[in-house]
Ligand binder design. Structure first.
Ligand code: UDP
Length: 328
């Protein structure tokens, strides 16, 4: 039985990956310190003999008994609101955490896949974004703690690949959504859906002309799975190229949820990228991968998930806006 370590296993993507690897017949060691992860996401695995959970902060030295075939490093805050609340942890998990996991991979001779992000392209001047674009990131802006940690993560991963001959994979993840996202994480999909469910107006930041391209989680997981098993060690974009403005997206959510609320406009957060769309030609060519779930379908499943949350969960997660976003 192959053994895989997944960091951030109680998070949104980490928990979906955990389920996928268990389904594929792997033994999974999940690791999380619950800073942004949620015990609820892995509760169903409590008695699974092929799953083991270690509550741990990966920025500290990591020891694992026995062999490890694969490591997937998915531990990280992943929402702009988190970067403001826990900026140092965000930097540490991407830098020190990655360093520790690369060291572990080297010791165990494991193949390691690193979760990078479209954020390494910053506010992109090339559209759609191809893997050979170097990006446009403000190093000292509020999002810089995430963007630069992830850029460093890619650099150190390639250094271990070149210097130590480590087998590495780098996935650049574009906006992904689905069940198990945190309702209060401040990102646009949970924010709009939570607002609709609570009977609040939908908050659009800026004039809503900024674009995003949303990928359903099952498609994302399939892309990551194929990339891990491929023999390609340079970064690969995984996301859904179907782009939409935030304003049009709010209208879609209003229709889907049937809310009678309207949209209201708030200030655009500092360094909020104006456009984002993955060029997925490389993933198509290398992995024979492309997204299968269209937005209407994926949003419906996601809304059904948020609808199934308890009143307590719905209301404890007060919507947080970016009013404390620094302009410095
Ligand atoms: N956004 C919005 N209203 C919200 C939350 C987010 O208009 O309540 C906007 C945000 O400014 C950004 C886009 O939606 O332009 C996507 O934001 P998200 O935080 O989901 O992720 P990002 O792609 O910026 O990392």
């Amino acid at each position: 039985m192959k053994k895989v370590l997944i960091t951030g296993a109680a998070g949104f993507l980490g928990s979906h990956l955990t389920d996928r690897f268990l389904k594929e017949g792997y033994y999974v060691i999940g690791m999380d310190n619950f800073i942004t992860g949620d015990k609820k996401n892995i509760k169903h695995l409590e008695h699974n003999p092929n799953f083991e959970f270690i509550e741990y902060d990966v920025t500290k030295h990591i020891s694992i008994d026995g062999g490890l075939d694969y490591i997937l490093h998915f531990a990280s805050p992943a929402s702009p609101i988190d970067y403001l609340k826990i900026p140092i942890q965000t930097l540490k998990v991407g830098s020190l955490g990655t360093h520790n996991l690369l060291g572990l991979a080297k010791a165990k001779r494991s193949r390691i896949l690193i979760a990078s992000t479209s954020e390494i392209y910053g506010d992109p001047l090339v559209h759609p974004q191809t893997e050979d674009y170097y990006g446009n990131v403000n190093t000292i802006g509020p999002r810089g703690v995430y963007d630069e940690a992830k850029r460093f993560q890619e650099s150190i991963t390639m250094a271990y690949n070149r210097f130590h001959g480590l087998e590495t994979r780098i996935v650049r993840i574009f906006n992904t959504y689905g069940p198990k996202m945190r309702l209060n994480d401040g990102r646009v999909i949970p924010a709009f859906m939570g607002q609709a469910l609570r009977g609040e107006d939908l908050t659009i930041f800026g004039d809503g002309s900024q674009t995003r391209s949303f990928c359903y989680v099952d498609d994302q997981v399939e892309g990551i799975y194929r990339l891990l098993l491929s023999d390609y060690d340079h970064p690969v974009n995984i996301g859904n190229p179907h782009e939409i403005s935030i304003k049009d997206f709010a209208e879609e959510i209003i229709k889907l949820t049937g809310t009678s609320q309207k949209v209201i406009y708030k200030d655009l957060p500092v360094n909020d990228p104006m456009q984002r769309q993955p060029d997925i030609s490389l993933a198509k060519k290398l992995l024979g991968w492309e997204p299968k779930v269209n937005r209407a379908e994926g949003m419906k499943i996601t809304y059904d998930y948020f609808k199934s949350l308890t009143e307590e969960e719905l209301y404890k997660s007060e919507h947080k806006d970016f009013s404390n976003y620094t302009t410095k």
